[in-house]
Design a protein. Structure first.
Length: 129
């Protein structure tokens, strides 16, 4: 019987060094490395919107990131963990709370978004800021 995998999340604002840390970890840590937004349908749509500089409401961004996270967990993260693989994730719901919790468009606070996301999605075993 194998042990369940370990979920590590690396968070930080743009330019904080996440990519540098991930680059150092990849050659020495045996894990599945994933990122948000994912390479799934919702994630690709997010990437397209970001690249094109499209303006979406904070609520629309929240919905897209939540849909992407739900799909990525179901199709990539959870299956890997159940098969005993460790997963290192570049960004997670903490970024969603930070970016979409700016009280624009009548949206809830970052704290509320974080609580809501934590009630829906798996908590990481290790969080690195």
């Amino acid at each position: 019987m194998h042990r369940p995998g370990f979920l590590t999340v690396i968070e930080g604002i743009d330019g904080a060094g996440k990519s540098t840390l991930l680059g150092l970890l990849k050659p020495v840590v045996k894990a599945v490395f994933l990122a948000e937004p994912s390479r799934g349908q919702a994630g690709l749509l997010i990437r397209e919107h970001l690249k094109a500089g499209r303006h979406l409401s904070q609520m629309e961004w929240l919905r897209l990131f939540t849909d992407d996270r739900r799909s990525d967990l179901a199709h990539n993260i959870q299956p890997a963990l159940e098969h005993g693989h460790d997963v290192v994730l570049d960004r997670y719901y903490y970024s969603t709370a930070a970016y979409q919790g700016q009280n624009q468009d009548g949206l809830q606070s970052a704290e509320r978004i974080l609580r809501d996301q934590q009630s829906i999605f798996r908590k990481p075993d290790l969080l690195i800021f």
